[in-house]
Design a protein. Sequence first.
Lengths: 420, 396
Amino acid sequence: MTTAEIAINPTRVRRARIAYGSVLIGVGLFIFFVFGLNTQPGVQTTFGINLAGFNALPVPDLVVPVQLTVYLMAGIAVFFGAFQLARGIKSTGTLVGVIAATFVIAFLVWAAQGKSFNLTGMINSSLVRATPIALAALCGVISERSAVINIGIEGIMLLSAQTAVVTASLTDNLYAGLIAAILVGGLLAAFHAYLVIRFKVDQIVSGVAINIFGTGLTSFVSSRFLEKNTDLLNNSGVFPVISIPVLDRIPILGPMLFQNNIVVYLMLLVVVVMHIMLFYTPWGLRTRAVGEHPKAADTLGVNVYLVRYINVILGGMIAGLGGAYFTIGSVGRFDEIMTAGKGFIGLAAMIFGKWNPIGAFTSSLIFGFADSLQVKLQILRVPIPSEFLLMAPYIVTMIVLTGVVGRAIPPAADGQPYEK
Amino acid sequence: MTEKDSTKTKTKSSEGIGGGTLREALRVPALAVLTGLLIGAIAIVASGSNVFEAYYALFVGSFGDPVRFYNGFQQFFSTGETSGLLRAIYPFTESLVTATPYIFAGLSVALGFRCGLFNIGAEGQFFIGALTSAFVGYSITGLPAFIHLPLAILAGMAGGALWGTIPGYLKARFGAHEVVNTIMMNWIAFRLSDWLLNGPMKASGFRPVTPNIEHTAELPRFFPDPLRLNWGFILALVVAYIVYWFLFKTTLGFEIRSVGANPDAARYAGMNIIRNFVMVMALAGGLAGLAGASQVLGVDHWVGQGFSAGYGFDAIALALLGKSHPAGVVLAALLFGFLRSGATRMQSIAGVPIDIISIIQGLVIVFIAAPDIIRWLYRLKNIKVEETVLTRGWGS
């Protein structure tokens, strides 16, 4: 490190401190003026905790006075802003968390004033909506840890979604559909791996080709076969909700974690297994070595190509599971381009989660939350056009990618072909 | 191919369409398209249609019916009546009409490639460009055509440029990958257009479409209705030449290509990478916006939902097929124009869904991006192929 860099650093730190402090105070003032002054004193918002059709023990609803809560949130934001300006808080994560939390709580309380808003329902649907995003992100994590970028996740998920519903409809067996989806995902990823490893095709180009191919083929099959034979080919039903006894009776957590369908459980399982595999097994060590410094790994006797093939194909199978979610995991039929960019949002979640399975999962939850919030707000008839609410997940993705919130460093060899 | 070899061909062929002679440069793309069509034929058979019937319909739909041509000419020479001839050339002119936005959109992606940027957002930029030019086209009245038309075209370009500049700036300033960001901008564009077409820009009536543009903002057509070939096609060719001139004959173009070829070397030589990224994405967005403007002002005269569907991915295929060279892009766009336009007829006559063209396109991209597959399939020896695309990983 040169003396110049050390000299620059304090000014940069100070500038960041002032920027975050000002933003926090700005958010506080915004909450105060826009939400606070627009409400009558004495109005209350009811947050429902109990969900019809779920087994959790009943708990009284949370009733909060609107104006007091909003002022409280404004106060917290301003306090943190002032503290930041005066002393400085090291963790940008905390700051962004405070900004997001105060704003979202104040906004929700304000938006739902005088009405009842089901909190547990939204938390539950956040997890469900995060499922395909998390699976896409996990596919990205496992591929990119071995330095292969897979941008074709969207196309893989589309094809798997269609395969799942067609197989399940034909065989009348949802599990056959699930397995078919996973196999198709693995097959497409194997094709991607073959192109980028054997032929050293540009990884982004190959991924884009898979996306175009996936979109084209699924639309082709849809308009040629599915539309005319909806009952036979495109009507599978969905996986039933499985309740885990005892645990599903916990308020809030029960409906969220322990009363879901098999795809959601499998996603949670993949998160845990992948974390253990990546960081506590020889295979994980090899994968990470191949991703960071393939030459060194090769010198030590790791078969770089084999590791990459295995990881990319495993990733494809995970994306295939994500594809199955769209059809047999949620609506039971296939619509053209039904993934709606979820594969790419998953990639953003992967980056935000710092190429780490648990990080990828938690950041997927943020996207899932943005998605389900948008749906809830439409139901609440907030005076914002629904189209703008629908933009929220995409805008969040772009903000995340700017790296304002803790810059992530990809595996060192990410995206580069390996030549012996 | 060893690493040394590839760098040699890269430097040698940095200006032309490819290395070596034109014949060599065209061989791999031509074989790629042929292979794509062959595999497409398998898909047609698998879907239960007749391949020959389908591809004949494709031919008639894109170039025209030979019998009609013969009759049309006979009628013209004997009586001087042009209606039969006009009917005969209709499919051909429709193909050129279809090719027009492809030329612009392909140039947009090709320009990005030259700077090492992957613009997947042509679709959204196309849509926004169409909306802005339509807005200027219908909202301003009473202007003479020679002011109104250029104004509407420029508005389309500006709208697209705005949509391209945002990911360009995010890439330059924060290193946020343009592939994901341009896709996100696409989705934002779709949602925004949903809102605009159902609200502020909606024409009176039930359908979510904009009002028709004023006649003064229309690109003039060459033939009487229903032939829709217009000055947009000529404009596309002129813009393609300008892009060629800009890339290969100006200092800025040299900078762009240097940044694309080797950003580190370019930075060392004192070039401003950040400025280049933003400028190229703005120009690329502007070109895609022109595609939208040409479609609105020349062909449709209004904008509806799903207006730009598929153009973004098509544009990528075009840029790859044309090896990111303006001349190559024009040729590729003509090819796609004929394929797409013919596919409409193929759908109505042979019952083959138009999506078959997307499958063929995906395959063509794979083959172009992996020339080794084509070399292996056709046992070609040592054809020098330029390594076209210069995208990199997630890093800045």
